[in-house]
Design a protein around this ligand. Structure first.
Ligand SMILES: [Zn+2]
Length: 151
């Protein structure tokens, strides 16, 4: 039995845990030859953070809003970027009063049986569907299931 991730429940792939996969995908996102749009990188990071309890309660609300804007309203990557860092959204680092990172002593979040994990994306990329399509499906599933984290 392969080791399971304590956060998202994914099985390790060839001894690689989710953090290692996340670093691998981030490297992939930033390799110019792969031409990964910024919006896809954003989804990759956000899904990973949500599924691994890295976000504070405030950041979870922010992440849900961002995922909705991108996936449901079809906001362009450029507008999303502008919106993400806007003062109105409260995420401008110079005026933000809350922290993105979940404090070690924060309330534990309910466990969710995620339909799609980073391991699924890593395992299937380069096969039947494009990486961007896999990440987008992952984001849709994460958005659908993450409301259980916001109580
Ligand atoms: Zn995991």
């Amino acid at each position: 039995m392969p080791a399971q991730c304590a956060w998202c429940g994914a099985a390790q792939i060839d001894g690689m845990d989710c953090q290692t996969l996340h670093e691998y995908l981030t490297g992939y996102d930033f390799t110019p030859a792969n031409a990964v749009p910024h919006a896809i990188h954003f989804l990759q990071v956000t899904c990973f953070m949500v599924q691994h309890e890295r976000y504070s309660d405030e950041a979870l609300v922010w992440a849900q809003t961002m995922l909705r804007m991108r996936l449901e309203t079809g906001m362009s990557a450029r507008d999303l970027r502008r919106f993400m860092t806007s003062r109105a959204q409260g995420s401008d680092s110079s005026t933000r009063t809350w922290r993105f990172n979940r404090a070690p002593d924060a309330q534990p979040l309910p466990k969710i049986a995620w339909e799609i994990t980073i391991a699924d994306v890593a395992q299937r990329m380069g096969r039947e569907v494009s990486y961007a399509e896999l990440v987008t499906r992952w984001a849709h599933a994460t958005l659908r299931q993450m409301s259980a984290l916001l109580v």
